[in-house]
Design a protein around this ligand. Structure first.
Ligand code: AMP
Ligand code: ZN
Length: 443
């Protein structure tokens, strides 16, 4: 069975054939680093990590290059730094560090490359120069704009009409634009704003251009797979397509374009104003990372996903069961049923259904789960994580246990029982043994 992936470019499930099986190349648009990443941002991180793992399984770990960038030049970052009285570098460094910790806790492998926009400005300036030279961009009042009309196919990728595009891009009408849809490749920076010297004066690149230049710089002109959330199809990816084809005489930027569906919370769009905006960071205070990961993979990546606590609890129950079954077991061969499900456009719900069938074969269960980035801890690590996460005041538990010992020594068994109940109400189960009293998180 071959690998098939749904390709936004063709709007069909196509057989995946790499340009060079010795070096399969994938790029995913990463976060803009100005705030904690929310659980919606975790979706592309997890989904494309599963694809990375599958590609490594199929082509060999040394034959896949996965780049996920950090967008650390953006006006939202400048605004946040000004609001919090911090430098831009402070905001981006701290947010990047937290993002990388959060997605690591979700069981994602470190991508082969993590290019930062700030480290790729010279290639960006060069690409803009190339686009001007080829008649696809023009300078106007310190800005450089992409001339959309110079690309007859503009809009084909996202299948939008001109009217849709104008509405969708919330086009800014500026006097220096030749066409209202022309978008910014370079814009001037004021003295206090971050900026780099360029042939068009001191300024900074536009977001769309950043990705095109990072891809060219790190992966080449045409890559195998480009990924991101479905919200990026237009304008971000339409613009990446136009810029890269314009700079490379029509060579396509990517052969396959994959887009994950959107995540909403308890049936509502996630937003700060609705108060249902949840960060990965806060979820990790409550749930093990593998629980969040399994929950994310219970829905096919192209479907919308409704993030609920009920589903988190279900995923936790499943993992508790699988950890019990596989405790001390060594992973075997990855089961074919799981691999085949993933080769069918990353059908993770089908892969999970296959895992449920493997209860009698723990070695296969473990190997199949690990292909999805699950069951990667030892049984002891999994149990320790439960204690750490349960909202239990360890000092209070120890004090109550000491009080109960005293009560028992004084033969006040009613008080000892009362303390046992009090601990149970806190979610703590105690065990009396020859070594004294020990405790664990009640299950
Ligand atoms: P951003 O930092 O907003 O550019 O987003 C980083 C990545 O997360 C992009 O690939 C987005 O498409 C994706 N993303 C943002 N919000 C959601 C959401 N609610 N559901 C799924 N993916 C999202
Ligand atoms: Zn991008």
């Amino acid at each position: 069975m071959t690998l098939k992936l749904y390709n936004t470019k063709t709007r069909s499930k196509d057989e995946f054939v790499p340009i060079d099986p010795e070096n399969v190349r994938m790029y995913v648009c990463g976060p803009t680093v100005y705030d904690y990443a929310h659980i919606g941002n975790a979706r592309p991180a997890i989904v494309f990590d599963v694809l990375f793992r599958l590609l490594r399984h199929l082509y060999g770990a040394d034959h896949v290059t996965y780049a996920r960038n950090i967008t650390d030049i953006d006006d939202k970052i400048m605004a946040r730094a000004a609001r919090n009285g911090k430098t831009i570098a402070e905001v981006t460094e701290e947010t990047t560090r937290i993002y990388l910790e959060d997605v690591a806790a979700l069981g994602t492998l470190v991508p082969t490359l993590t290019p930062r926009a700030t480290e790729t400005v010279a290639p960006m300036v060069e690409m803009i120069g190339t686009l001007i030279g080829k008649g696809h961009a023009y300078e106007a009042e310190g800005h450089v704009l992409f001339a959309v009309k110079s690309m007859p196919n503009y809009g084909k990728f996202s299948r939008r009409s001109t009217d849709d595009m104008i509405a969708g891009a919330r086009v800014e009408v500026a006097p220096y634009k030749r066409d209202p849809m022309d978008f910014v490749l370079w814009k001037p920076s004021e003295e206090k704003e971050p900026g780099w010297d360029s042939p068009w004066g001191r300024g900074r690149p536009g977001w769309h251009l950043e990705c095109s230049a990072m891809i060219e710089q790190h992966l080449g002109q045409t890559i195998d797979i480009h990924g991101g959330g479905v919200d990026l199809v237009f304008p971000h990816h339409e613009n990446e397509v136009a810029q890269s084809a314009g700079a490379h005489d029509g060579a396509p930027l990517a052969n396959f374009w994959l887009h994950n569906g959107f995540l909403q919370v308890e049936g509502e769009k996630m937003s700060k104003s609705l108060g249902n905006f949840i960060t990965i960071h806060e979820l990790l205070q409550k749930w093990p990372g593998e629980v969040l990961r399994l929950q994310m993979l219970m829905t096919h990546y192209r479907q919308p996903i409704d993030w609920t606590e009920r589903a988190s609890r279900e995923a936790w129950g499943t993992l508790n069961n699988w950890y019990d079954l596989t405790d001390g077991v060594e992973a075997g061969e990855a089961p074919q049923g799981v691999i085949d499900a993933l080769k069918d456009d990353l059908n993770t719900p089908a892969a999970i259904a296959e895992l449920h069938k493997l209860k009698g074969d723990p070695a296969a269960l473990k190997a199949g789960a690990q292909l999805l980035g699950l069951l990667c801890l030892t049984g002891a690590e999994w149990a320790a994580q439960e204690v750490a996460l349960a909202d239990i005041d360890v000092d209070a538990v120890e004090a109550l246990i000491a009080k109960r010992v005293e009560a028992r020594e004084a033969k006040d068994f009613a008080e000892a029982d009362r303390i046992r109940d009090e601990l149970a109400a806190m979610g703590v189960e105690i065990m009396d043994g020859p070594e004294g009293t020990t405790w664990k998180v009640a299950t």
